[in-house]
Ligand binder design. Structure first.
Ligand code: CS2
Ligand code: MG
Length: 402
């Protein structure tokens, strides 16, 4: 089966998505997500100018060879733009392969290792009391695992927390918004927040927290240690992950499980973290981590070192990535948990899909391939709108870490 034609569809049904459609000479097509939040058009151009001309005519079934050709052929290895573009092609080819064989994708990835996929949701409040109300709402919706974030009293806004009554969305229209950051205020509030949550909801609920890369290693160690009595499922991105060695220091001080990797694009961003067992959960996704071909290798390496997966699943990853992640989650032996931030209803109309949520668990469905479609007519009504992730400044104006 040969690749005949490839299209890149950019749309913004409430937020921007880039989708690659790869057509074959058998009359079927595959979908790949190519969305890189805040840098969408860089991937569009990379695909249109440099990738599509190179893959036309190649065999759809040769996913390994096409992957190596695009990765090694670039010479400029790794990096989020390159790896997102390669991931889009790779996802689309696996989708096509599974469709041609008339099986759901997970059947080509080792089959089922479990019946359903544990997911975690987000509870965000403008202050700890509002956050408790949000936790309660999500328990009522059936979630067994909840990421808990709160606005910090005395700070004008916090990333990951929406204004009351609004939904949290990672990017905002226009140029990057600026948030205020104060490490001391943050460190004093978070342990108190988790104390309140455990007191009100008991021990059974799985609790997670995302520090969004903003602490130094020793500050992160203090937070992780102070959170120990509340038994977190994980503490995510405690420090900036550019320096893998930082995690050694963290590990020496705490038993709180650590998750990292949503901005990783290659196994070479996390090989030390995996082989030294410095983390417990790897969040590198199929979308920004080079597609199914590369994430499989990375996840298998992690399995050998007792590191589990916890794939990124925010709204800036399209339903195509959500589906691919769920097929991997169902089949990987070392699956840990899947993030689930439900898309707006309009996004689900543009990308009708077979995956489902019930009682805190998800399933990719049994449609052939990824089980996702794209409604082009509807997508065409929502053109691209520039939107960016925010930046952080300390209260004295210093640009701060993510
Ligand atoms: C967050 C995301 O879901 C998460 O864990 O860190 O909101 C992340 O910041 C965005 O997806 C970045 O685009
Ligand atoms: Mg995160």
């Amino acid at each position: 089966m040969k690749i005949t034609r490839t299209e890149v569809i950019v749309c913004s049904p409430t937020r921007n998505f880039v989708t690659l459609v790869v057509h074959s000479d058998q009359g079927i097509y595959g979908l790949g997500d190519a969305t890189l939040n805040g840098r969408e058009m860089a991937v569009v151009s990379y695909l249109e100018e440099h990738v599509i001309p190179c893959i036309t005519g190649r065999n759809v079934f040769d996913t390994e060879d096409v992957w190596q050709y695009l990765y090694k052929g670039a010479y400029w290895k790794r990096g989020p733009v390159t790896m997102t573009a390669i991931a889009a092609v790779d996802m689309a080819l696996w989708d096509l392969k599974a469709k041609a064989l008339n099986v759901p994708l997970y059947q080509l990835l080792g089959g089922k290792s479990r019946e359903r996929v544990l997911v975690y949701c987000h509870a965000n409040g403008i202050d700890p009391h509002h956050t408790l109300e949000e936790v309660e709402k999500h328990i009522e919706q059936g979630y067994k695992a909840i990421r808990v974030q709160s606005g910090i009293p005395g700070m004008s806004g916090t990333y990951g927390v929406a204004k009351k009554g609004e939904k949290y969305e990672p990017a905002a229209p226009g140029l990057p918004h600026e948030y205020e950051w104060n490490t001391e205020k943050y460190l004093s509030i978070v342990p108190r927040l988790f104390e309140m949550v455990r007191k009100k909801f008991g021990e059974e609920l799985l609790l997670l927290h995302d520090a969004h890369h903003r602490l130094s290693p020793i500050e992160a160690a203090r937070l992780a240690r102070e959170l120990e009595p509340y038994h977190l499922f994980w503490l995510e991105d405690p420090v900036s992950e550019e320096l893998q060695e930082s995690f050694r220091l963290l590990r020496r001080h705490t038993t709180t499980p650590i998750a990292v990797g949503e901005i990783f694009s290659s196994v070479y961003d996390c090989h030390l973290l995996i082989t030294e067992q410095l983390i417990d959960y790897l969040r590198m996704t199929v979308l920004h981590g080079g597609g199914i071909t590369h994430i499989l290798k990375t996840a298998h390496l992690a399995e050998i070192f007792n590191v589990r997966t916890g794939f990124h699943g925010a709204t800036d990853l399209s339903p195509v990535t959500m589906a691919a992640s769920l097929h991997l989650d169902l089949s990987l032996h070392n699956f840990g948990i899947q993030e689930y931030m439900p898309h707006e209803p309009l996004v689900n109309e543009v990308f009708p899909h077979a995956y489902t949520f019930k009682d805190g668990y998800m399933h990719p469905g049994d449609a052939s391939g990824l089980g996702v479609e794209i409604n082009r007519e509807l997508a065409g009504k929502y053109p691209y709108k520039p939107a960016y992730l925010p930046v952080n400044r300390r209260d004295d104006g210093t640009m701060w870490n993510w």
